[in-house]
Design a binder for this molecule. Structure first.
Ligand code: GLU
Length: 424
């Protein structure tokens, strides 16, 4: 079960309590009644599974996995699966609620879900990772399916992991089931635009807020935390639009390059060194000082809970775009608001990934694949329209962009819930 507010440890950031308080606040702003607010906060279904894995050594190791469907009033559950040592019920529940809001904000016909296994995948061999993935997929199989709940990649999961899940479920059901996961390789029903779609959405939101604030793109210096699936493509996408990426951090440290990082040189350096640290001509900065580097735009694109009160106080940038899920704590958000630093929240900024997933799923269900141009054009349209609507409501409601986006999501979930009525 998720942590109840009465059990909260005031000294620890709890992502679940944070998200539920944001939904609660949005519900009150919209004038929803208490019962409806609780209905929207409470996860529909929480599954915790034991994942025994035979290690290469012959020993059996036990891992724990989860799949949580937060809300399915607008459509089947949708959301990624992460493999990380920090995974627990509250984290997955918070991320599943973020997915319900995110899918509603970009107005795609999904509810929200999330899954994960508490594991350090770096410590597993490839065959151990495959056995872990397949056993986890088998254990959550009764809960997932193209019309129930559709997983996707998240932290430390990729096209290979999705392929193993798709294969395991297809074997169980006795027929090919490509629509059970998104973010697959092209050969088994993936789509051309999925890789990099989150980064494209982040770029569209960055360009959109700069336009609204009347700030020219080619004068912006950007710092990015994370050089993974989302952070790495961002360097090219932002540079192509004339922005200068002056700082990047990964788990090994941060680099500062005042004249701007070349994405092609960085890609080559990273391929050789396995880290951004040591980029030719860069100054090595401790990773926790990344956001103090003189810059205009800050983009956290790694883990949650990193923009704390202290990081927010010393942040140099004057706009923040949340490419990661849940990067900002409540205290961090309050400091940014008091410093008048606008934040494009995760549920809008990083929604490009799930929009791409929606297109992939729709194509799999139809058995008809789109061309890349159509995919990109629809992604850009969906993201631009979502940003436009949130911005307009932000001006009307006069609350932060995060509060507005959550209110937009909650309003749409409440509408679906109300019109469907309560069963039985
Ligand atoms: N993991 C991504 C996210 O957090 C994508 C989820 C999906 O495509 O279902 O938005």
């Amino acid at each position: 079960m998720v942590t109840h507010p009465d059990q909260a440890n005031p000294h620890e950031f709890n992502p679940w309590l944070h998200v539920s308080s944001l939904i609660d606040k949005a519900g009150r702003l919209l004038g929803l009644d208490e019962g409806m607010i609780q209905r929207i906060i409470t996860p529909e279904r929480i599954l915790e599974v034991a994942v025994p894995v035979r290690m290469d050594s012959g020993e059996i190791h036990m891992f724990t996995g989860w799949r949580i469907q937060h809300d399915t009033s607008r459509g089947p559950g949708k959301g990624g699966i992460r493999f990380h040592p920090s995974v627990n019920t509250d984290e997955i529940a918070a991320l599943s609620a973020d997915m319900s809001i995110k899918c509603a904000v970009v107005n795609i016909p999904y509810g929200g879900a999330k899954g994960g296994v508490k594991v350090d995948p770096e410590a597993l061999s490839r065959s151990e990772l495959e056995r872990l993935t397949r056993r986890y997929a088998f254990s959550i199989a009764p809960m997932i399916g193209p019309d129930r709940d559709i997983p996707a990649p998240d932290i430390n999961t990729d096209t290979q992991v999705m392929s193993w899940i798709m294969d395991t479920v297809s074997m169980l059901r006795g027929h090919n089931t490509p629509g059970v996961v998104t973010g697959k390789p092209l050969s088994i029903g993936g789509t051309l635009g999925h890789a990099g779609a989150t980064s494209l959405g982040v770029t569209i939101c960055t360009a959109a807020i700069l336009e609204r604030l009347g700030r020219p793109m080619n004068e912006q210096r950007v710092v990015i935390q994370g050089y993974g699936k989302v952070g790495a493509p961002l360097v090219k996408l932002l540079s192509d639009r004339g922005m200068k990426v002056v700082g990047i951090a990964d788990v090994h440290g941060a680099i500062h390059v005042p004249e701007g990082i070349s994405y092609s040189i960085l890609a080559k350096h990273f391929a050789d060194a396995g880290t951004v640290v040591g980029y030719p001509g860069s100054v090595h900065v401790p990773a926790d000082e990344l956001f103090t580097i003189p810059s205009d735009i800050a983009i956290p694109a790694a883990l949650g809970g990193v923009i704390t009160e202290q990081v927010a106080e010393t942040m140099s940038a004057t706009i923040m775009i949340e490419a990661a899920n849940g990067p900002t704590t409540g205290e961090g958000a309050a400091v940014l608001a008091s410093r008048n630093i606008p934040v494009v929240p995760d549920v809008l900024a990083n929604a490009g990934g799930v929009v791409a997933s929606y297109f992939e799923w729709a194509q799999d269900l139809q058995g008809f694949m789109w061309e890349r141009e159509l995919f990109t054009q629809r992604l850009e349209k969906t993201m631009s329209e979502a940003f436009k609507y949130v911005w307009q409501r932000h001006l009307e409601l006069n609350v932060t962009l995060r509060e507005t986006a959550i209110a937009v999501g909650v309003e749409r979930i409440a509408e679906a819930t109300a019109i469907r009525g309560l069963f039985p």
